[in-house]
Design a protein around this ligand. Structure first.
Ligand code: FUC
Length: 817
């Protein structure tokens, strides 16, 4: 018996040692930089490890005594389908706002603009928390044990999290993954040596619910609030519940023991004396679609969750893990990046310590820079695989009933930024939940366009949305609430998806949505001083100092609105041409574009944001929507519009470097498009500024934009957009592309990365995929593959040289340099 224990102990330790060596980078292999690793359990959300299958998410804290795992389902929201516009015929107030603007009475115009507002969005909700509480084998309370060698890690090349530790009796290891093919979260626990899995599973749920424990399962059934009381909005007391309304759900936790037993009490499961155990967790909600009542026309969530658990249990842990890794790696493994090797001394540190050390501007750590970049791709795959339900402000990981900004869809930057890495990062499929959501918005957006803006053709979308595809302007300060351009901005994603994939079938199917956004833009323009512009306009979410000396946001002729309008009209024009449709609309767009109020350069050399060259209320404001044409738009470029590009550069200079996470992510991309490699790199380093978890109060507490110990973006608080903006920014520094001008390699390569590097699997507009290497800032190897449906010619810009390459569909060619 003693011998077996010893052998088992040695075997476990050998496996653990091997995993740890890989995790701690002792082999010098490239995979090592794809693991986040820590030497303590998470005390805060901002230290936890997040996993997800695009629908179900888990926040893993780890821990020897009590392991906490918060759960999310991306379809769990408060509310129900919208039926009526909140402010009937709100567009009747438009003439009043316009007249006040014509009279240059900005304060009164701002007040009147508030009459054209609707209600706020619903809230994204947490599902519950699973606690796995361990009791030691011989009756010593788990808290009194001596625990050694605690390790926690997340391998983003496989999307598997782990934690492990030693006890006086042996060792313990857990694995966590969220399987997309089997729609379950799997937690596998192994004990070795004299250790056994002796554990109690307890579940907490913040929604009205019922928990039942029977046999080897915990079943939790509940429902969310169908709405909230406006007067109490922002507090948990605001929510209104009714078992006959709202989104319903059922969560099942099944424990499958090996070599021991599982018993149920009223609301817990206890595993005793097991060598190992597999826990399967799944959840399904009754959400069926934005226009379906989740009770009367809801999904059969009860049968669906039962089937998922039964199928997963029949399949077993090993096959579940094999299929999960195969599925995940088929997406993640398409692109790899090598920016150089970090020093052994940096690699020996845990990820949070590396991040802290990286804050020293002299610190060099290319492996950490790669890890942050690839983590963005990991997060996108993990949070964006549910049809029609894109990643929200927190991706899919939210523990709070009243989350910051409702964890909703914020459409004046945040939702769009989430998707910037999707296409170049070779994850085009993860863009689909957003593209489908935009299709849903276009339905309710028709009602908003006519009700709030008096535009009969096309659709509009405002600042916020939710799972019910809300499009009305929200309630609040006009600087964010009064903004109908979400439709124009979001629709440019349709053209981007086409530009990268060259998929005409997709374009034909999505075209009506793009066209509808363009029709709204055309209908919303007014003529003033001989130019076309919008009135009322706002520039998200900035204020100017009006002639009366106060700060207001409502104006006519705001630059940002015109930037969205231009890009949306240009994309629609291009799409109509590709599809050979809508000649009349094309003629109208051709006639409109030159009549749009042109960009102007302000007295500080900046790109003017307001119609008049007014003072900004805050020149360092985080938003920079008037630079939209530079990035993510395409109509300002250093080559074609050098003066405007210089004015954008000056605007960024005035704004400075210190800003929120998402804004930092955006500025990396803007600087990359300006081809200012060092500024882009500097902003990337700014994004990787260590930020302590919010609840920290010690001297080390830092606030502001940056990155938490678990590499999630700090707005602060946590908001996922910065992760995605940063990820896209790295690619924008290494490759830029456009349908007109082709592909440029290393357009903004900073000196820190110029010694050598490799990028494999990056996608470019025109349907191309590229693998390339560089040395001393020169491209040394290059292979191009075509994903186009037809034979096409690629124009390649490498340094000063321009090359042309013709490839047939599916062809890959090594380019001689
Ligand atoms: C916009 C931004 C804020 C924040 C919020 C979710 O309103 O201005 O900074 O990101 O969205």
């Amino acid at each position: 018996m003693e011998k077996t224990r010893l052998v088992a102990g040695i075997r476990f330790c050998a496996i653990a040692a091997c995993c740890m060596a890989a995790a701690y980078g002792c082999q010098g292999s490239k995979e090592e930089s794809l693991t986040l690793r820590y030497d303590a359990p998470a005390a805060y959300f901002e230290e936890s490890l997040v996993i997800g299958n695009g629908n179900l998410g888990a926040v893993v804290y780890g821990g020897a005594q009590s392991d906490k795992i918060s759960l999310n389902d991306i379809t769990l929201w408060t509310g129900e389908p919208e039926v009526t516009p909140y402010t009937p015929d709100a567009c009747k107030y438009l003439p009043e706002v316009r007249a006040l603007l014509d009279a240059e009475d900005y304060a009164a115009a701002q007040e009147a603009n508030k009459k054209i507002e609707g209600h706020n969005s619903q809230y994204y909700q947490p599902l519950g928390t699973l606690y796995i509480e361990r009791s030691s084998r011989d009756g010593i309370p788990a808290g009194d044990e001596v625990i050694t060698a605690y390790r926690r890690s997340l391998d983003i090349s496989k999307a598997v999290a782990e934690d492990s530790f030693r006890t006086a009796d042996g060792a313990y290891a857990r694995e966590y993954f969220a399987s997309a093919p089997d729609s379950v979260i799997v937690i596998h626990i192994e004990a070795a040596g004299g250790e056994r899995v002796n554990t109690t599973l307890r579940y907490e749920c913040p929604q009205p619910h019922e928990t039942r424990a029977a046999g080897d399962e915990l079943t939790v059934s509940g429902y969310t609030a169908y709405g909230y009381d406006e007067a109490l909005d922002g507090t948990p007391e605001a929510f209104r519940y009714d078992p006959g309304r709202g989104i319903h759900f059922r969560t099942i936790v099944k424990a499958i023991p090996a070599g021991g037993s599982v018993t149920a009490t009223d609301s817990t499961l206890t595993l005793s004396g097991c060598k190992s155990a597999t826990l399967l967790v799944s959840n399904v909600t009754s959400f069926q679609g934005p226009h379906d009542d989740p009770v009367k026309d809801g999904r059969d969530y009860v049968s669906d969750v039962r089937r998922r658990i039964d199928n997963a249990a029949a399949k077993g842990y090993k096959a579940l893990k094999r299929d999960h890794i195969r599925d995940y790696a088929s997406l993640f493994g398409r692109l790899s990046l090598d920016l150089g090797q970090s020093a052994q001394s940096a690699k020996a540190l845990a990820t949070d310590k590396q991040l802290l050390q990286y804050g020293d501007s002299a610190a060099v750590n290319p492996d950490l820079e790669e890890l942050y970049f690839q983590y963005g791709r990991y997060l996108l795959i993990s949070s964006s695989r549910t049809p029609g339900v894109p990643a929200n402000l927190q991706g899919l990981w939210n523990e709070k009933v009243v989350a910051p900004w409702r964890s909703n869809y914020t459409m004046n930057i945040n939702l769009e930024e989430n998707y910037w890495p999707a296409e170049p990062g070779n994850l085009g499929e993860t863009h689909s939940p957003l593209l489908e959501f935009v299709e849903r918005l276009a339905v309710s957006g028709r009602v908003s366009a006519s009700n709030y803006y008096g535009v009969g053709d096309g659709w509009s979308a405002g600042h916020n949305s939710d799972i019910w595809a809300m499009t009305n302007p929200v309630q609040g300060r006009p600087r964010w609430a009064c903004w109908p351009m979400g439709s124009a901005w979001l629709s440019t994603h349709i053209w981007e998806h086409y530009a990268f994939s060259m998929d005409k079938d997709f374009l034909a199917q999505a075209y009506p949505v793009l066209k509808g956004a363009a029709q709204f833009c055309l209908g919303w323009l007014i003529e003033k001083d001989g130019w076309l512009m919008t009135s009322p306009a706002t520039s998200p979410e900035a204020d100017f100092i009006n002639p009366q000396g106060t700060a207001t946001a409502t104006l006519y002729g705001g630059t940002a609105d015109l930037a969205f309008t231009r890009e949306c009209l240009m994309d629609t024009r291009a799409a109509a041409e590709v599809l050979g449709v809508d000649r009349e609309l094309c003629a109208k767009i051709d006639n409109t574009l030159p009549r749009l109020l042109p960009y102007r350069i302000g007295s500080r050399g900046n790109l003017q944001e307001w119609y008049h060259d007014w003072e900004d209320a805050d020149w360092r404001h985080r938003h920079q929507s008037h630079l939209f044409g530079l990035y993510p738009g395409h109509h300002i470029t250093p080559d074609k519009t050098p003066e405007l590009a210089a004015a954008c550069a000056r605007t960024l200079e005035i704004k400075g470097d210190k800003t929120t996470g998402w804004s930092t992510g955006w500025r990396i991309n803007l600087q990359a498009r300006l081809r200012d490699a060092q500024k882009a790199y500097h902003m990337y380093r700014m994004l990787l500024t260590y930020v302590s978890p919010d609840e920290y109060t010690g001297d080390d507490a830092r606030r502001g934009g940056g990155t938490y110990p678990n590499l999630l973006d700090a707005h602060s608080p946590f908001q996922i957009d910065g992760n995605f903006g940063g990820c896209a920014g790295v690619l924008e520094m290494l490759v830029q592309s456009s349908l007109e001008d082709g592909v440029t390699l290393l357009p903004a390569l900073p000196k820190e990365w110029s010694a050598g590097g490799k990028l494999r699997g990056v996608r470019a507009r025109g349907g191309w995929e590229l693998d390339f290497e560089w040395k001393d800032a020169n491209v040394t190897k290059l292979t191009v593959k075509s994903h186009r449906p037809d034979t096409g010619t690629l124009r390649l810009h490498i340094g000063e040289a321009v090359r042309e390459l013709t490839l047939s569909p599916g062809q890959a060619r090594r380019v001689r340099l």
